[in-house]
Design a protein around this ligand. Structure first.
Ligand code: NAP
Length: 237
């Protein structure tokens, strides 16, 4: 199994590199030139293709021969970085490859998510401010995901809850819709977000799904498990 990790030098990316290596996968990492040294711990273990993740030529080279592509979608700047990254992967990944994209709960696949006032306020207040400061453009991630959802590739869009650091608690649980009780705790260890992304490569049930995830040891996940007889398997509302 050969996988490409686009955005390998970030926090989520580095965890994904570790999980992929632990599974014995061959790993190609893409990251910005100035971030290559963040991957020094993996020297000799992975191939690094330096460059902007929205550069079609960089992506074309990096994804060649890959069975899976893991993409960290970050809406940094106001020049469509996420959209360019997603499009480059959609255009150049080998036919039939598993494509796994990361984003936040604010992305919706079918419009049936129910958001808390806190998340709505964050998107409605932080979003415009971040764009004004030219720091980030949340709409860019929305457009990137819209293109992924419309593609006929074998995609999965993993929607992360709030994140925290800490040791792995195991594979997060998921649901199709934000607002479902299982997700109420709204917290996932970043290391486990990465675990879910990597595990999705070999989970065909997640093809064309946009799972919203939450830590498997959180109160809401445990309450769901107790209510369903101890099972912490995904629910499909
Ligand atoms: N943070 C959260 O609470 C949260 C919650 C839910 C979902 N998520 C999702 O989780 C994923 C990872 O997010 P994260 O917050 O944990 O961050 P992260 O893993 O540290 O990743 C940040 C990424 O942004 C890149 N980056 C930073 N500055 C940049 C710039 N000026 N131009 C271009 N790229 C730049 C980094 O590349 P370099 O290494 O080159 O700097 C890195 O690949 C994202 O898809 C995000 O939507 C995050």
């Amino acid at each position: 199994m050969k996988v490409c990790i686009v955005g390998a030098s970030g926090k989520l990316g580095q965890y994904m590199v570790r999980h992929a290596l632990e599974r014995g996968y061959e790993v190609v990492g893409v990251c910005r030139e100035e971030s290559v040294e963040k991957l020094d711990a993996f020297k000799g273990l992975i191939t690094i293709v330096p460059g902007a993740t929205d550069d079609a030529e960089v992506i074309k080279r990096a994804v060649s021969g890959c069975d899976g592509v893991l993409v960290v979608l970050v809406p940094r700047g106001v020049h469509g970085y996420s959209t360019g990254t997603a499009q480059a992967v959609l255009d150049h990944a080998p036919a039939g490859a598993r494509l796994i994209f990361s984003c936040g709960w604010h992305i919706t696949l079918d419009g049936r998510d129910v958001y808390s006032w806190k998340l709505k306020a964050l998107v409605n207040v932080f979003g415009p401010l971040a764009r004004l400061a030219r720091f980030a453009d949340l709409d860019d991630q929305v457009e990137a995901c819209r293109r992924v959802f419309a593609s006929d590739s074998r995609w999965t869009v993993v929607r992360g809850s709030d994140l925290e650091e800490g040791e792995s608690q195991g594979l997060p649980v998921w649901s199709r819709h934000v607002g479902d009780p299982i997700l109420k705790s709204n917290i996932t260890r970043r290391v486990d977000f990465a675990l879910f992304m990597v595990a999705a490569i070999e989970d065909d049930e997640l093809v064309h799904e946009a799972p919203a995830i939450v830590g498997c040891r959180t109160p809401s996940a445990l309450a769901h498990a107790a209510a369903t007889g101890g099972s912490v398997s995904p629910i499909s509302a």
